[in-house]
Structure formats: C-alpha cells, structure tokens
Write a protein that binds this ligand. Structure first.
Ligand SMILES: *[C@@H]1O[C@H](CO)[C@@H](O)[C@H](O)[C@H]1NC(C)=O
Ligand SMILES: *[C@@H]1O[C@H](CO)[C@@H](O)[C@H](O)[C@H]1NC(C)=O
Ligand SMILES: *[C@@H]1O[C@H](CO)[C@@H](O)[C@H](O)[C@H]1NC(C)=O
Ligand SMILES: *[C@@H]1O[C@H](CO)[C@@H](O)[C@H](O)[C@H]1NC(C)=O
Ligand SMILES: *[C@@H]1O[C@H](CO)[C@@H](O)[C@H](O)[C@H]1NC(C)=O
Ligand SMILES: *[C@@H]1O[C@H](CO)[C@@H](O)[C@H](O)[C@H]1NC(C)=O
Length: 423
C-alpha cells in the first residue's frame, strides 16, 4: 500500500518534470528565429542587431543601417549608429530603436550666477526620425523656461513650456503640469532636436531647495516626475529617446514595383507605411513571426505551444498562420474554451435543433403552398391530395417534439379541419 502510494508520487513527479521541460522548451524556442543574415553578427554587447541593420557590408541592407560596434573602448561593446556618436541601446523590428541622448542642464549658485548651462542637440541621419508618439519633452525645475527646437523635413519648429514653484510642497508625485515640471509633445517628422533652458530669476527665490533646471526629450513611459527628480537628475547625463526608422523614401506601392530592391523579402511579409517619417516598413503577416526583411524570415507561430495564444479546450492543431480546435472522437462541440468546448457523446441539441428547423421549414412551405393555391380556387379533390402530403410533413415535425401553431387563421376552414385530425 505504502509502496503503491510512493510509486504514484514518483509518477506524478516525473509527469511534472516532463511538463516543465516542455514548458521551458516552448518558451526558449518561442522567439528563436534568425534575426541577422548568415555569417553576420547579430549582437553588439547585449544589443541585438536585426537585419536590415548590420555591422559590415553584406550584412546591412544599405549604409543607412550600418551599426558600428565599438569593442576597443567599451566593455561590453557598444553599438553606434553609422559613424555617428549616437549610442544605440535597442533595435526593434517594429521600426523603432532607442538611443541615448544628453540632457540639458542649467544650474545657478546661491547668489544667482550661472555655474553651468548646456544645450544638447541631436541630428538623425537620413532614414531616422525622432518619435513624436513615444517621446515627450520633459522640463524639471522651479524657476525654469525651456525650449525645444529643430528641423522637420521641410521646415523649422520651436516650442516650449515653463515650470515654476515656490516650495517643495508644490511638487506632486506623477503630476507634470507646470509645478516643478512641465511636458510637451514634439511635432512629427523631426530629424533635428535641440533643447535650451533659461531661468526667470536665476533661482534666487528658490535656491534653498532647488538650483538647477533639466530638460530632455525621452521615452514617455520611462519617466515619472516626483519631488526627488530635482536631486536625482543631478547624476544623470543621458536618457533614452525613441527613434523611428523605415526603409528608403518610397511608398509601399512604389517599392513593390522594383522587386530587386523591395525590402520585404519574406514570402509571409507585408508592407506598411509609418505614421512618422518617410519610406516603408515590413512586418510578418498575422500568425507569423520573425524577421520580414529576410528571405523566409517570417515563421509560422505554433499557437498550440502557448496557452495564451489558443483557446482550445481539448486539442489544438497548428495550421500555417493559425490553428484549429478539435474535439477527440466521441466528443462534439466547437472545441473552444470560450465557446461550447468539447462535450461527451452525440449532439442531442444538434439533432433536435435540425429536426425542429426542418419541421418549421416544411410547415411554412406547406402554408405558403396552400395560400398560393387559394388564389387559383382548387376543387375539393386537389385540395385533399395536397393535404395528405402536408399531413406527412406535419407528422415529421411532431415526431421531433415540436409544437406547431403557425398561420392557421389565414387558412380556410376546410383546410384547417383535416390538419387538426392529423394530430
Ligand atoms: C544591457 O546591458 C546594460 C549594461 O550592461 C544594462 O544596463 C541593460 O539593462 C542591458 N540591456 C538588456 C536589454 O539586457
Ligand atoms: C571607439 O570609441 C572611442 C571613444 O569614443 C573612439 O576613439 C574609437 O575610435 C572608437 N573605435 C571604433 C572602432 O569606432
Ligand atoms: C545646488 O544644490 C545642491 C544641494 O543643495 C548642492 O549640493 C550644490 O552644490 C548646489 N549647486 C550650486 C552650484 O550651488
Ligand atoms: C542671471 O544669470 C545670467 C547669466 O549668468 C546673468 O547674465 C544675469 O545677470 C543674472 N541675473 C541676476 C538677477 O542675477
Ligand atoms: C523672485 O526674486 C526676484 C529678484 O531676484 C524678485 O523680483 C521677485 O519678486 C521674486 N519673486 C517671488 C515670487 O518671490
Ligand atoms: C382566398 O381566395 C379568396 C377569393 O379569391 C379571397 O377572398 C381570400 O382572401 C383568399 N384567402 C387567402 C387566405 O388568401
């Protein structure tokens, strides 16, 4: 008895470990597709470099996507965009990347003389645009006016905001609407950005708790204002900024006309145009994942391997681009957890439902037939023979347990009477 229980426990343990192996396998293989061209490096430090980006000729789509991996001066190695000093911290195949950008700072001593002021700027190479949706221009300080300016594709822009406060009690965690913090969106199509800071009174009224302003364009989701931002930012030199990238300057339709240079190489890829910037981007079709810029780069997603991707109750069958839920033999239903699932046995509901609908259809047909017959005033015999047919239909419907009470009033008496007798 004790041994028996022990064996059961062992079995259960074995099952659990097998399950765990399966789970970890499916997780690790989930996004294990090739991101770079063969024989090309797909990482620099811990930043992955997916094609169209590449670290040397033959590995990138064109020079726009050159990434210089500096291994000599940095450990871990650090990737830079082209031959610029723009430091990349991540590249996404969704057409965005993060780069580090310096923050602006404007500091004063107690007597109101300026001790530091920088006006950082960034110029994006062709093909890259500062994201107007993922970034916000944030300004921190209690005696501060700030400007963000630069170039859009065919014009200049300048905007800004001011931020003041009288003491630390004015600062509200998470609130960036003018008290110690203000924020602004920047326009679309910006490829050059510069930040400038000024002070109204050189911090003379607030210097006992605040003596610097800070301004930066950064990923909105990565920054939350709090009273401690005033001091925390003292030690920050750079913050991440989101940049949109796309291929070339042509639209999808124009690009498709020249297949040799068309960048959406995978058969299961599709082309779309970005909201910000010029050119086009590629993505894998629904149900596929991988790198759409590589030949055969989009791979089928096996939804059945991931509980969160399918809704099958019993059995999931992967198909190219999708999946089907099936029920084992002897079960019926749609197989979906959020649907009818899989129910043991033959579908009684289904049989009854078809029976009822068949019955109703026949009766409706019968009534319709009788009504149109009325217009031609049939004689007694014709009416009789017609009725025997209808009575059979009625019997079938009754046999399936349906009750019928439709359209009797619209029929003539001599028709209704024999029908009643058919019960
Ligand atoms: C990459 O490495 C840096 C520093 O080593 C670290 O701060 C960062 O979080 C890492 N990024 C990822 C995506 O692992
Ligand atoms: C690496 O970075 C250092 C310092 O920025 C620079 O002097 C050097 O030329 C870079 N090396 C390469 C290979 O780009
Ligand atoms: C600004 O304030 C901080 C904290 O009070 C202080 O450490 C720093 O020296 C001040 N800077 C100047 C330029 O006075
Ligand atoms: C404020 O600082 C600026 C720049 O250092 C200086 O020109 C100006 O005279 C100062 N104003 C006051 C009121 O201290
Ligand atoms: C701030 O200081 C300036 C002079 O440095 C003064 O003119 C102004 O009235 C002060 N403002 C407040 C709100 O105290
Ligand atoms: C049957 O025909 C008669 C005479 O043509 C007509 O008055 C009557 O309304 C008809 N009844 C039906 C149910 O169509």
């Amino acid at each position: 008895m004790g041994l028996h229980l022990h064996l059961h426990l062992l079995q259960a343990q074995l099952l659990v470990s097998i399950l765990l192996i399966f789970v970890s396998r499916s997780v690790s293989t989930q996004s294990n597709f090739q991101i770079a061209k063969p024989n090309c490096r797909d990482h620099c430090g811990n930043v992955s470099i997916p094609f169209p980006f590449g670290t040397r000729e033959g590995c990138y789509l064109d020079e726009t996507f050159l990434v210089t991996c500096n291994e000599t001066h940095y450990d871990p190695p650090k990737p830079f965009l082209g031959d610029s000093n723009i430091d990349i911290t991540s590249i996404s195949l969704k057409g965005q990347m993060r780069v580090m950008q310096f923050i602006a700072e404007d500091c004063y001593s107690r007597d109101g003389t300026r001790v530091s002021n920088n006006e950082p700027w960034i110029i994006m190479p062709d093909g890259f645009t500062v994201s107007n949706t993922a970034n916000k221009f944030f300004v921190i300080g209690c005696d501060t006016e700030a400007y963000v300016s630069g170039s859009l594709y065919n014009r200049k822009y300048q905007t800004g905001c001011s931020s003041t406060c009288n003491d630390e009690d004015d600062l509200v965690e998470g609130s960036c609407f003018g008290l110690g913090c203000c924020q602004m969106s920047i326009p679309k199509q910006a490829w050059e950005v510069e930040v400038k800071l000024r002070s109204f009174n050189n911090f003379t009224n607030v210097s006992y708790f605040n003596n610097c302003s800070y301004g930066f364009l950064t990923e909105e989701s990565g920054f939350t204002f709090s009273a401690s931002s005033l001091s925390d930012l003292r030690n920050v030199e750079e913050l991440p900024m989101v940049v949109d990238w796309a291929v070339g300057e042509r639209t999808c339709d124009e690009a498709r006309n020249d297949i040799s240079s068309y960048a959406c190489k995978s058969e299961k890829s599709e082309c779309y145009e970005p909201d910000n910037g010029y050119g086009y981007r590629c993505r894998c079709q629904k149900g596929y994942e991988g790198n759409p810029y590589l030949e055969d780069g989009c791979k089928d997603i096996d939804e059945c391997k991931d509980q969160t991707l399918h809704n099958c109750a019993k059995q999931c069958n992967n198909t190219p681009g999708g999946f089907n839920c099936v029920c084992p033999k002897g079960y019926h239903g749609d197989g979906k957890k959020d649907g009818r699932g899989c129910i043991r046995g033959q579908s009684l509901v289904f049989k009854v439902a078809t029976g009822i609908s068949l019955g109703i259809t026949l009766i409706v047909l019968a009534i319709w037939g009788l009504c149109s017959w009325n217009q031609t005033e049939p004689n007694e015999e014709e009416s009789e023979s017609l009725l025997s047919g209808k009575m059979n239909a009625f019997a079938i419907a009754n046999g399936e347990g349906s009750s019928t009470a439709i359209g009797y009033d619209s029929m003539r008496d001599h028709i209704i009477l024999p029908m009643g007798g058919g019960r």
